[in-house]
Ligand binder design. Structure first.
Ligand code: HEC
Ligand code: HEC
Length: 221
């Protein structure tokens, strides 16, 4: 996606060339333009709710609270900008996940208006009060890691940061958080920056468990 934008910027002075570059991406179903376009729209949450019930509910559940047994994340209360970016990243396969990619392509949600509507609906739902937790044995270590190395981006209250696409980590499920940290360490989430990937490689799995458990209990605080 970044490449597409760069291409566009480089060619921006050439009028038609820029249009051609975007058109080429669209023809490959790689919707670079959806991100800025979806973010500029005013979401229609009523339509978003219908789309959600039709295409997302079966997995992300009533109230978008997720399904921990299948490592399906909660979406309720997540940062709007972050969610829009993830949906676009799934569509253009910068974030690799076969199921999510297929769901989005098949449901006809690969357009900016539908993305804005469905994400607008889930982002405004109250975040899950109870999330799946870990063993509870390493919470002090989790707190130390979070405050020392994560809070600078994710926020003192783990609320995320809309300006930098940083997700809210509160109310998210233990198993999902753990799995995503492992994937970022293994460079299996290609939409994550090299710096973030390097940072995650410096942790032991027990440290991931500690910080995931600490975060999963946040909504209880
Ligand atoms: C068949 C099950 C299934 C359906 C249907 C589904 N999802 Fe997902 N979704 C998943 C799974 C599994 C993940 C976790 C992906 C991963 O591990 O990277 C996920 C992850 C996500 C994420 C990333 C959340 C985060 O915190 O990064 C978003 C956003 C999302 N889904 C939105 C949607 C939307 C919108 C719909 C409806 C159009 C939808 N999903 C339909 C299974 C599904
Ligand atoms: C330099 C800023 C930065 C720091 C430091 C940072 N993160 Fe993140 N984190 C991000 C961004 C940006 C994303 C979203 C990446 C993307 O677009 O997929 C993210 C994504 C995540 C996700 C995936 C959430 C989801 O819903 O899928 C988890 C889990 C996470 N970070 C945990 C942590 C933990 C734990 C630490 C500390 C050990 C940490 N992060 C440190 C910026 C940061």
């Amino acid at each position: 996606m970044v490449m597409g934008m760069l291409k566009c910027l480089v060619l921006a002075g050439c009028g038609m060339w820029c249009v051609t570059a975007i058109a080429a991406d669209q023809s490959a179903n790689i919707p670079d333009v959806y991100l800025s376009s979806a973010l500029s729209k005013q979401p229609d949450e009523t339509r978003g709710q219908k789309l959600y019930q039709q295409h997302c509910l079966q997995c992300h559940q009533v109230g978008a609270v997720g399904l921990p047994s299948e490592n399906i994340p909660a979406l309720a209360g997540q940062q709007y900008e972050y969610l829009v970016k993830q949906v676009v990243d799934f569509l253009d396969q910068e974030r690799t996940h076969v199921v999510m990619h297929q769901q989005l392509m098949q449901s006809g949600l690969n357009n900016a208006t539908s993305i804005a509507d469905v994400v607008g609906y889930v982002a405004n739902l109250p975040s899950s009060a109870i999330s799946q937790q870990g063993s509870g044995t390493q919470l002090a270590q989790g707190k130390l890691i979070y405050e020392g190395f994560c809070a600078s981006c994710h926020g003192r209250l783990a609320e995320g940061n809309a300006d930098w696409w940083v997700p809210n980590l509160r109310g998210q499920h233990y198993g999902y958080l753990l799995e995503q940290m492992r994937r970022m360490a293994r460079a299996q989430r290609a939409n994550v920056s090299d710096d973030l990937h390097r940072m995650f490689t410096s942790y032991a799995d027990t440290e991931f468990e500690a910080v995931a458990d600490y975060l999963a209990r946040w909504s209880m605080k």
